[in-house]
Design a binder for this molecule. Sequence first.
Ligand SMILES: Nc1ncnc2c1ncn2[C@@H]1O[C@H](COP(=O)(O)OP(=O)(O)OP(=O)(O)O)[C@@H](O)[C@H]1O
Length: 395
Amino acid sequence: MQIKQYLYKQKMRNKLLDCFRSSGIYLTVKRGDRTIYIYPKIHAVVNKEKENCTEIKFTLLNGLDPSEVKKKMFVFQQYFGRSIDLKGDLKKYVLTIYHSALSTNLVYKFKELQPYLESIKFPIVVGQKKNSRYLVLDALELPHVIIQGVSGSGKSSAIRVILTTLIKTLRPEQLDIYCIDGKKAEFQLFKKVEHVQAVVHSNKHAKNILNHVCKIMSEREDLQETFDVPHIDDLPEEHKQKYILVAIDEMYEYMDDKAIQEKIIKIASKGRSVGIILLLSAQRFDADVIDTKARANFNIRISLRAVDRVNARLLGTDGAEKIKGDNFGRLILNYGDVEELQSPHLTYEKAKKLLNPFFVSKGNAKEVFEDTENKTESIVNKAIEKNDNKLDFFL
Ligand SMILES: Nc1ncnc2c1ncn2[C@@H]1O[C@H](COP(=O)(O)OP(=O)(O)OP(=O)(O)O)[C@@H](O)[C@H]1O
């Protein structure tokens, strides 16, 4: 057994040296007539059975350009297959070779996710990694989420996964959700959920929702200042605040609306410390769809199959344009690190079943967001105070 392991490690080591040679990642020194090739130093080859992968640690020599390593990722894939990750910075790198490929048809099972949700305050389920573990990020640590993908790439399912998991994990006393539905499609499913304060479509109603959220944001900032705390979670018990998610689907519907864009910039830059998180989705997120300054504040960037290379690159999710058309739910994530993952599939019908225990009957508050900002807010507050059901908008 030990010999087998030894031979395996030697084989991987030699393969990596071949890979360095083919990709030109080496230095040369002249000794008389001879040219000596010096390769990056391989420190360790570790076979991690439980993680379903092998890790190889190596260090670049001084003078080697680290950007070359990233550029030559395709050579690493030619040698070790597509199912690899390469992480590192200036000198130190870890090449992870997964023993199996990402699943192509992963079904959403809340039970499987539960262990990953513990200890995460604002969980955003992104998907399954190549080592078969799920990646769930905390939106309070990495605020604001962007999801892009062409029609039919699995965007709606990915949004359902995030929202359904949040609703099943956080109680209505802990989370409010506001939905702005550009196509009047995806968010209709969540309309009756207790956590959901509003589902709106028109620009006018969208603006009213965003004004309302910005007002909450400045009230919370005042509270933070009064109690001199860095985050609303640090407020005294009697002033504890709910987290808020503002989800906007089909963002391009609102791309020409300056007032909406301004509010998004404001929430994106200040929302984190007051527990207000944005989730935006659209086919693409170029400068026409979202202000470039605002985009920089989105720390979780998910790209299902991207429209083209330019749009994949704008989110730092290079390669998302190459995802195959029938590879539904496959995505490239940029959260500082860049990773390829598989989003679990959650159908509309299954989501409806899972959300059923959270459905409440709501009054028709059709007129609520009709007038001026102040009037809107006073009516909103009144509706909440009266507790006469959550705000529901049939537009
Ligand atoms: N994670 C997934 N795994 C496997 N299949 C999926 C996944 N997500 C979606 N699909 C399949 O892909 C098809 C398209 O999915 P979905 O409606 O979510 O895409 P979309 O990008 O939202 O498209 P559109 O914008 O046109 O609504 C669905 O019919 C579904 O069967």
